[in-house]
Write a protein that binds this ligand. Structure first.
Ligand SMILES: NC(=O)C1=CN([C@@H]2O[C@H](COP(=O)(O)OP(=O)(O)OC[C@H]3O[C@@H](n4cnc5c(N)ncnc54)[C@H](O)[C@@H]3O)[C@@H](O)[C@H]2O)C=CC1
Ligand SMILES: O=P(O)(O)OC[C@H]1O[C@](O)(CO)[C@@H](O)[C@@H]1O
Length: 386
């Protein structure tokens, strides 16, 4: 039986990637850094995926196992697995790379047969390439030669909303997900891969479509909702002002995408965007603004879900006012329990908005001016309560 090691036994790990790998007949082990989570999975050996759509579906996932990151067992599994996947959050890929470098060294020394597939399933642009870079940085010449020959690092885009568990989860390991999912991987199809994967020659357009029209629009909804004192995405989409803002954001972003990628027709992107809004408004899903808005410093970075579409729409010569407002509202996001949001507000206070927009978002010129104006206007409206 083919073996898969998945790093990150969280919502996406259990509720999406681990589940699909299991369905494809893999022997699946999760590696995680939380001892209680690892013990729970190792003891129960199974969990349930609760899919929320028009018809709620409860899918049991049986016969899984778990280990702690960095343990001997984890390294051995890294050496012997056919597929290695991650959903840990992009900033945690270093810890994964450490284990993979050691695991692949052992695989090389043991002369094990077969190629290895590595896919980082993170919300980031080409996260597998980043993981690859970090593994190679730990490899000597002979290991690098082995990696070149035997390990395929494949970039991917993953899309499945895994919201808050409240109201649906009954057991500790239950994971709650929307019924929709999309897993797009760059490369030629790998025999024995999960059925749910879409293989593409160039991931770039798909990655941007998802990052801009799903994650960007989601972030735009969350940040404006936060300013209006709204706690969930469902409530945000029910607010006509926020819904219109999200639609404008998607419209500008779609224009940028269509201009950049000849394969995308504007009408198709509009249909995709509308489907995304329906997913956001799924009445069975309770998704908190704090989850969607988490880590605003990462989300404000160049190429990310806000500044990425801003640049694309601007390059197409389009109106970018909704995206500028979304960037401005992200700058105003505060949450005492979110370290990145606290750091963002600290920097705004200490350095001023101009420096933050220059350094965090990498903006200059007209777009820089536009975001600063939008930020000041939003702040004034906040004083009058928007
Ligand atoms: N929740 C969602 O709707 C979606 C999330 N994503 C992406 O998937 C990734 C994971 O997100 P979630 O599953 O929502 O987060 P989560 O917080 O539920 O799960 C992440 C898991 O990774 C573990 N972890 C952290 N560092 C680790 C390491 N070095 N090695 C092994 N495990 C480690 C954590 O303990 C946690 O169990 C993120 O990059 C996110 O952007 C992508 C698509 C959908
Ligand atoms: O997981 P991140 O990068 O913090 O961003 C949250 C986004 O990711 C998702 O959870 C999945 O794409 C969306 O629901 C949301 O827009």
């Amino acid at each position: 039986m083919k073996r898969a090691l998945h790093f990150g036994a969280g919502n996406i790990g259990r509720g999406f990637i681990g589940w699909l790998l299991k369905q494809a007949g893999f022997e699946v082990t999760f590696a995680d850094v939380v001892p209680d989570l690892v013990s729970e999975i190792a003891e129960k050996r199974s969990y349930r995926v609760i899919e929320l759509g028009e018809h709620k579906r409860v899918v049991p996932v049986d016969g899984v196992d778990a280990c702690l990151l960095g343990t001997e067992r984890c390294v051995e599994l890294a050496a012997s697995s056919d597929w290695i996947t991650t959903a840990v959050g992009v900033r945690h890929l270093g810890g994964v790379a450490e284990v993979l470098a050691e695991g692949f060294r052992r695989r090389m020394q043991a002369r094990l047969d077969g190629d290895v597939i590595v896919i980082a399933c993170e919300n980031a642009v080409r996260a597998t390439s980043e993981l690859r870079r970090q593994v190679y940085a730990r490899a000597d010449e002979s290991l690098a030669a082995f990696l070149n020959e035997r390990v395929r690092f494949l970039d991917a885009a993953v899309d499945r909303i895994a919201p808050h568990r409240e109201g649906h989860a009954e057991e500790v390991l239950d994971c709650v997900v929307e019924s929709y999912y999309e897993w797009v991987v760059e490369g030629s199809p790998v025999p024995g891969a999960p059925d749910g994967i879409t293989w593409v020659a160039d991931l770039g357009p798909y990655l941007e479509r998802k990052l801009y029209l799903v994650n960007g629009a989601h972030a735009a909804a969350a940040y404006l909702a936060h300013l209006r004192g709204i706690a969930t995405i469902g409530e945000a989409l029910a607010d006509p002002f926020i819904r219109a803002h999200v639609e404008r954001f998607q419209c500008e972003a779609a224009g940028g995408l269509a201009h950049r990628h000849a394969g995308f027709a504007l009408a198709d992107l509009a249909a995709y965007a509308e489907k995304v809004r329906v997913r956001f408004a799924n009445p069975y899903v309770i998704d908190h603004v704090a989850r969607v808005g988490r880590d605003p410093l990462r989300k404000l970075a160049p190429g990310e879900r806000l500044v990425g579409p801003l640049m694309a729409a601007a390059a197409a010569g389009l109106d970018t006012s909704a995206i500028q407002e979304a960037v401005a509202s992200a700058l105003l996001y505060s949450d005492a329990s979110d370290a990145a949001a606290v750091e963002l507000q600290r920097r705004l206070k200490a350095e001023g908005v101009e420096q933050v927009v220059r350094e965090v978002c990498g903006l200059e010129g007209q777009l820089f001016e536009g975001v600063i104006d939008a930020y000041r206007a939003l702040k004034n409206r906040l004083r009058e309560s928007i």
